[in-house]
Design a protein around this ligand. Sequence first.
Ligand SMILES: [Zn+2]
Length: 301
Amino acid sequence: MARTQEIADGIYVIATDDYRLNTGLILGADKAMVIDTGAGPRQGAEIFRAARKITDLPFVVVNTHAHYDHFFGNAVFAADGTTDFWAHPNAERAMERYADRQRGYVETLEPEMAHHQGPNTDIIPPTRLLPGDGGRASFTRVDLGDRAVTLFYLGLGHTDNDVLAGVDEVLFTGDIVEQGADPAFDDSFPEVWVQTLATVAGLDRYHVFVPGHGTPVERTFVQRQSETMREAIDRIAASTSNPEAGPTTAAMYKLPYDAGVTRILLDRLAYLEEKGMMGEDLSVEDTPTGVTGPITTGEHA
Ligand SMILES: [Zn+2]
């Protein structure tokens, strides 16, 4: 059952049970923006119906990044006539290459999507792209009529294609911010993510931060997530540079994340180091072929 909450004037969060996903809904005079569409036609339709209870306006869709739970519901909106699907250029690339391989993740909750059978199971890639190649921060404004939403790309983080959407005092952060669970490091760039989170926390005009999953949070939560991540990375670095302490196990006991997440973070840092992609100054310009990770490529699907 979708739960819809108006968190500011004409700005809603539609929360659905699967993946504890948050969808944003922003009303303008002429159009309404929908931020993230769910993991397939079932969740997509649930989100669509909840949004249609609020407004009859034509929809503009934003996908915050190229993970299945955020864009597999696009076809439901395309069937309603939506033609504008916004995302980052790196998300377009990731969806082109890997979206079909991600279908295996939704076998249980969205069997039609998993098998590409039945209505609204096509992959709908972005039709509108943020400027830039991901090498640096970029933004664009999407006019909804008497109100515009700013779409930001602030740098590498949870993935190489995270888009945030800001309007009035509300910022929809996608999975850059994670509430109620540890951050998902599988496809991430942890050292740069720390910086990106600090940048998000420093965006003074926003006061409500809506994560991709969980409940809306305040600025201090975002700041704390950045600091916790910094601390985790530093502890891993310290333990791996000390040959006395069995590198990974020692770190795992002291880290702020649970064991499974810690393992993923360790693996990801090791992978990036092997690729020569460590450091805070890393940009996507260093990764022309796209160094994404196992969620995007469907490795665990
Ligand atoms: Zn994600």
